[in-house]
Design a protein around this ligand. Structure first.
Ligand code: PXP
Length: 252
């Protein structure tokens, strides 16, 4: 089975910085460290309210990832402002996410089925600029089909509900995992690349990484939290090792 990629989301380094209105800790330094520790790419979400990552961070992250020849994945809402930012920087990838001002984090997937006619032209313009577009969706077959018909190259499956269920030892856990597996299989059948992310920690990473169609995981909050205790480099290396173990077990 192919190696699975790890995108490290450094948003919450900026959250800590912004808590004091200071210039540190610097998410760009975190990105450099993450790449040195084995991250395959860097993910950052420029939110409409700029609560963590700023425009200047995106400028700097685009520059360092380009210099290092590593992919930047820009998470963005489907708005004219964010489309302009993406077209100005032309990151390797853009992941379209829903955004609501009052939410604490991206709480659900993008409703591509409902928003198809507004989303499809944005995908076409971004892809026309050479940006690989992904839609962040719930593990739902109708959303997978809608992402395909809207022209997306990739779907990122929202793993938040499954990860919460694992942590809460919920009886829903295996049904939620089956939905992830079915959505991944269907997306691959339609020719979409499959990514997954949200809420992943050391416990949940292995079953998710063992889903054979998943080519990339995007992980942020847990890694930044773990960095407080063991350092960002070791936290990434441990996550990377668990991902590789999951693949090796699966292939055995
Ligand atoms: N993927 C997407 C599309 C996200 O919005 C986020 C959160 O910013 C993540 C992955 C990473 O989630 P977490 O920070 O919970 O690891």
């Amino acid at each position: 089975m192919t190696r699975i990629r790890l995108g490290v989301n450094i948003d919450h380094v900026a959250t800590v910085r912004n808590a004091r209105g200071a210039s540190y800790p610097d998410p760009v330094r975190a990105a450099e460290l993450a790449l040195a520790a084995g991250a395959d790419g860097i993910t950052a979400h420029l939110r409409e309210d700029r609560r963590h990552i700023s425009d200047a961070d995106i400028d700097a992250l685009a520059a360092i990832t380009r210099r290092r020849g590593r992919p930047l994945n820009l998470e963005m809402a489907v708005t004219p402002e964010m489309e302009q930012v993406a077209l100005a920087h032309r990151p390797h990838a853009a992941c379209l996410v829903p955004e609501r001002r009052e939410e604490v984090t991206t709480e659900g997937g993008l409703d591509v089925a409902k928003g198809h006619n507004a989303i499809a032209p944005v995908i076409a313009r971004l892809m026309g600029a050479g940006i690989r577009v992904s839609c962040f969706i719930d593990a739902d077959l109708a959303q997978v089909a809608a992402a395909k018909s809207a022209g997306s190259a990739v779907v990122e499956l929202h793993t938040g509900a499954y990860c919460d269920a694992v942590r809460e030892r919920s009886t829903e856990t295996s049904a939620l995992f089956d939905k992830l597996r079915a959505a991944a299989a269907e997306a691959a059948r339609l020719g979409l690349e499959v990514h997954a992310g949200h809420g992943i920690d050391y416990e949940t990473v292995k079953p998710i990484a063992a889903i054979p169609e998943v080519a990339e995981l995007n992980i942020g909050h847990f890694l930044i939290g773990e960095a407080i205790f063991i350092g960002l480099g070791p936290a990434i290396q441990r996550m990377r090792a668990l991902m590789d173990e999951a693949r090796a077990t699966r292939a055995a």
